[in-house]
Write a protein that binds this ligand. Structure first.
Ligand code: PLP
Length: 403
């Protein structure tokens, strides 16, 4: 049995008030709050071991380097990767996807090639591919949705042809809270010998990830959505791809030798980590993942699913509420009659309840649904049924004000 009250005590921000009301934080899909151990970790690194990594023979540099590399091993184990050479530190999901678009694109793609993405992608899994399209003339093929907002797998199968080079899809929709059948999506692509990038921004906090079992070629995630600090994320890539791909950023650390005539590149994973990394954030990412491991990701997933199901049930009791899709994770998106989502969000905010409203960086999906945006409530391990009740009561009040 999880003791949620004890877990809540680890998050100082949950004791804050907003407009005099206790904070009810239901915007976890945007970013999670940080436990004290992660906050302490950041402060302790600066207080005791701060020194630039990988470059020094002196003690502090070596201790900081070891702590950073320990996180690489923690990440490897957390996502079930084969080797730490396959774990690249980035600034987050967005940078991880841009890295693949740039390096995979430069190395393997040419004009006329095709990439498959889906209707429910976050902008960070659309725009990098469009930029590549505009640079080298590739074509984007889009997986449509079924009436119940799931990916249309039959249509997906029909998108493959001899020009297809990569599939890039989200594991879990940040708008709908729906998990995609990612293993099936990978299998279909692999039957065509096509690699798959999985956007794991919304799956890493809520699911046991095993990149080898999924057989994903790339898996991208952000630390800040899984209780770690902002500014640090991960790109997992199969070694065979990473070895073949050209570097992304140039600079220190990613080189073996440099002369004005020629530069040779460092081995994996450093080939993709130019410049001073956010080693403080990376070390704290390790702490956050250990913290998650301590609770157990399956326990977290089960609890959050129950909480989401409860929220969905309560939402369905409110006349005029329209829920989009059937969420199976930790987020639910809805509209209340014809009331603009921003109006509801503003009133909930005055009651101390933080939800996100708008297009959630997924404008093509919102356009597909033919709506101005949604109200999204998204949950983490520290949320409670009582908070769901406060949210539902707040929603009743907000709706009444517009009647
Ligand atoms: N992909 C999905 C599905 C997301 O939900 C997000 C953020 O909300 C991102 C990508 C981008 O993450 P970041 O802004 O941390 O790079």
């Amino acid at each position: 049995m999880l003791n949620i009250e004890d877990i809540r005590k680890e998050f100082p921000i949950l004791g804050e008030t907003v407009y005099g009301k206790p904070l009810v934080y239901l915007d976890n899909a945007a970013t999670t709050q940080k436990p004290q151990c992660v906050i302490n970790c950041i402060s302790n690194v600066y207080k005791t071991i701060n020194s630039n990594v990988h470059r020094g023979v002196h003690h502090l540099s070596q201790v900081a380097t070891t702590a950073m590399e320990n996180t690489r091993e923690t990440v490897r184990e957390f996502i079930g990767a084969e080797s730490t050479e396959e774990i690249i530190f980035t600034r987050g999901t967005t940078e991880s996807i841009n890295l693949v678009a740039s390096s995979f694109g430069t190395t393997f793609l040419k004009s006329g090639d095709e990439i498959i993405i889906s209707t429910m992608e976050h902008h960070s899994n659309i725009v990098p591919w469009q930029m590549l399209r505009d640079r080298i003339g590739i074509t984007l093929r889009i997986i449509p949705l079924t009436a119940d907002c799931t990916l249309d797998i039959e249509s997906y199968k029909s998108l493959f042809n001899e020009r297809t080079r990569l599939v890039s899809v989200t594991h879990v929709s940040n708008v709908l809270g729906i998990s995609n059948p990612i293993k099936e999506i990978v299998n279909i692509a692999h039957n065509h010998n096509i690699p798959v990038l999985v956007d794991g921004a919304q799956s890493i906090p809520h699911k046991k990830i095993d990149v080898k079992a999924l057989d994903a070629d790339f898996y991208a995630f952000s630390g800040h959505k899984v209780y770690a600090p902002t500014g640090v994320g991960v790109l997992y890539g199969k070694k065979k791809w990473l070895e073949a791909m050209c570097p992304y950023h140039g600079g220190g650390e990613m080189i073996k030798t440099v002369s004005f005539e020629k530069t040779t590149f460092n081995e994996l994973p450093y080939k993709f980590e130019a410049g001073t990394p956010d080693y403080v954030g990376i070390i704290a990412l390790g702490k956050a993942l250990e913290w998650v491991k301590g609770i157990g990701i399956e326990n977290i997933a089960k609890y959050e699913r129950e909480l989401t199901e409860y929220a969905v049930e309560e939402l369905k009791k409110i006349p005029g509420i329209r829920i989009f899709g059937t969420p199976d994770g930790a987020a639910v998106s809805f509209l209340a009659g014809d009331i603009h989502p921003a109006d509801i969000g503003t009133i909930l905010d005055r009651l101390g309840i933080a939800v996100r409203t708008g297009h959630h960086c997924a404008q093509p999906l919102i356009e597909h649904l033919g709506i101005p945006g949604t109200i999204r409530a998204s949950f983490a391990i520290y949320n409670t049924k009582e908070e769901v009740d406060i949210f539902i009561n707040g929603l009743h009040r907000a709706i009444k004000m517009f009647e």
